[in-house]
Structures are given as structure tokens and as C-alpha cells.
Design a protein around this ligand. Structure first.
Ligand code: BV8
Ligand code: ZN
Length: 242
């Protein structure tokens, strides 16, 4: 089908860019069957995000928080990357200076083969000891509740950035570098509500990047971007990259 002028322009810019940064959110995994956070089938529908994804919730009731993460790990374990994830791996191999910033904790980008990426909100398959801070990959399904560190017997928590917690300074630095130097920033499948990721579009814009958005719906970013393309990421992203 002949692509719209917006898709053609974005495709051309991606083809000639030497530095491209991509920011993804839950929408890119929706086509893999992973529920989004704030959509109709939202993961949060029976829980408010702050209710469970916060250090206070974990301190108050670690068992409930681990039960919720076990449910999510079980769900995500059955999901595969979709053509949008795969297209970003292709883009990573063709663009000279590429960086992927994802807010997703589902691990589908690394599973698809993305290597030049920052998982700025962590990864649901990683756990961190609350005592000795050791980070390990744990794919137990389900994880034993309450999980203990094999080194110091401390309580393990998901290695995920909860609301009210700061992001890893290294991830932030890497993200800011990528936002400053990119010629094109492609924002895919995020509602643009959660900070600091919500400020990444404006930062790239300030630095002169061509900013584009792929989303089912308009978002707070839509007024800012140079091109907003509406539709499913699994259909649109491969068109932009091929
Ligand atoms: C921090 C891990 C400093 C948990 C997550 C008031 C004002 C401003 C900021 C704040 C405030 N109050 C508090 C804050 C700070 C807070 C924040 O931003 N709150 C928001 C809610 C207002 N941020 C923080 O706390 C961050 N830390 O700021 O540190 C600090 C330190 C101390 C005290 C204060 C501040 C930490 C944020 C990280 C939180 N952790 N996840 C877990 O997953 O278990 S965030 C969570 O939301 C996920 O990571 C998710 O990725 C992220 C963003 O959501 P989206 O990815 O955008 O998903 P969503 O469902 O919202 O949207 C999906 C989109 O896809 C939609 O637009 C939809 O249309 C589209 N879509 C759907 N299907 C498709 C599609 N698009 C294309 N194709 C499709 N098929
Ligand atoms: Zn430990």
C-alpha cells in the first residue's frame, strides 16, 4: 500500500540519518499481547500503579508485590517480540549511531536482539538484594515468595524502578547523550505521562532533532513532534525501517 507522506518523510530521514535515538513504551509490546499500563486492558486496572509499584508498597506488603510480579512474569514469559521489536534491531544494525531507550521492563527488546539499549525502568527478569545490592537474573516461575539472596540471605526485590525512585544515573546520562546527539528521535507506544521519560521528546527537540511519534492515539507529545503517525507499531515500524 502506498505510504502516507508522513511515513515517506520519516522513512527518508531515518534512511539518511547517522544518529537515531528511539524511545519506546508499553505500546510497542501491546502487539505481543503484553497489557499496557493505562489502556482499556490496562495492567493497572485492578491496582493503582503507586499501590504496588512503589518502595512503600514493598515495605508494607512484600508478599503482595511479589505475587503481582509473579503474575506479570508468568504472563510475559509466554510473549514473543513482534515485528516492531525486530524492525528496531534492523535499524540498530543499519544506523551508524543508534540508541534505544525503553521504559518497558518486559525484556522483549533484548530478547529480539537489541543490544544498544537502556532499560531505564529495569527488567522484570532481574532481582536485586535489598541488603547487599547484588543484581542477578532470575527466571524462576514462580519465584519463591519471599525470595532470599544466595549470598547474604537478604530479601530480594524486583530490579525495577518504582514510582518515587530515581533512575540509574548511568542510564540517565546515556539517555541524555543519545537525546542530545540524535538527528531523529522516534517515540513509539508511550502515553508520555511518566517522568523523566516524558521529558525526552522536548529535550531532543531543543537539540534540533526531527522528532516523530508512532502511537495508536494522540498523546501529550503529539503537539511537539514533527510527525505523528497513528496506527499499530507492529505494522508501522517495519514500514519505516524496510
Ligand atoms: C523519578 C516500572 C525522581 C514499574 C514504571 C508529578 C508530576 C511529574 C512527575 C511526578 C509527579 N509525581 C510523581 C512524579 C514522578 C513519577 C511520575 O512521573 N509519575 C507520573 C505517573 C506522574 N516518576 C517517578 O517516580 C520516576 N522517578 O521521577 O525520580 C524522583 C525521585 C524521588 C521522588 C520523586 C521523583 C520513576 C518512574 C518509573 C516508574 N516505573 N515502571 C513496573 O512496570 O512494575 S513506569 C511504567 O509506566 C512502565 O515502565 C511504563 O513503561 C511506563 C510508562 O507507561 P507507557 O509505557 O507510556 O505505557 P502506557 O500504558 O501509559 O501507554 C501505552 C501507550 O501505547 C499509549 O499511548 C497507547 O495509545 C499506545 N499503544 C497501545 N497499543 C499500541 C500503542 N501504540 C502503538 N501500537 C500499539 N499497538
Ligand atoms: Zn544479598
Amino acid at each position: 500500500m502506498n505510504a502516507s507522506p508522513a511515513i515517506q518523510e520519516l522513512k527518508a530521514r531515518l534512511a539518511q540519518a547517522t544518529a537515531v535515538t528511539v524511545l519506546t513504551g508499553a505500546g510497542i509490546s501491546a502487539d505481543s499481547g503484553v497489557p499496557t499500563f493505562r489502556g482499556a486492558d490496562g495492567l493497572w486496572k485492578d491496582h493503582r500503579p503507586e499501590e504496588l509499584a512503589s518502595p512503600e508498597a514493598f515495605a508494607r506488603n512484600p508478599t503482595l508485590v511479589w505475587e503481582w510480579y509473579n503474575w506479570r512474569r508468568g504472563l510475559i514469559a509466554t510473549k514473543q517480540p513482534n515485528p516492531a521489536h525486530t524492525a528496531l534491531v534492523e535499524l540498530e544494525h543499519t544506523v551508524n549511531d543508534f540508541w534505544l531507550i525503553t521504559q518497558n521492563v518486559d525484556g522483549l527488546h533484548p530478547l529480539a536482539g537489541s543490544q544498544r539499549l537502556s532499560e531505564i525502568h529495569g527488567n522484570i527478569w532481574k532481582v536485586r538484594c535489598t541488603q547487599c545490592e547484588r543484581i542477578t537474573v532470575n527466571r524462576d516461575m514462580p519465584i519463591a515468595i519471599l525470595p532470599e539472596c544466595s549470598t547474604c540471605a537478604g530479601l530480594l526485590r524486583p530490579h525495577i524502578v518504582w514510582f518515587g525512585e530515581s533512575l540509574d544515573p548511568e542510564d540517565l546520562q546515556k539517555s541524555f547523550d543519545a537525546l542530545r546527539k540524535c538527528e531523529v528521535l522516534l517515540i513509539i507506544g508511550t502515553s508520555g505521562m511518566v517522568y523523566p521519560a516524558a521529558s525526552f521528546g522536548p529535550i531532543a527537540k531543543e537539540n534540533g532533532a526531527f522528532v516523530a511519534e508512532v502511537n495508536l492515539d494522540p498523546t501529550p507529545n503529539s503537539d511537539l513532534v514533527d510527525v505523528a503517525i497513528q496506527g499499530h507499531a507492529k505494522d508501522l515500524v517495519p514500514q519505516l525501517v524496510s
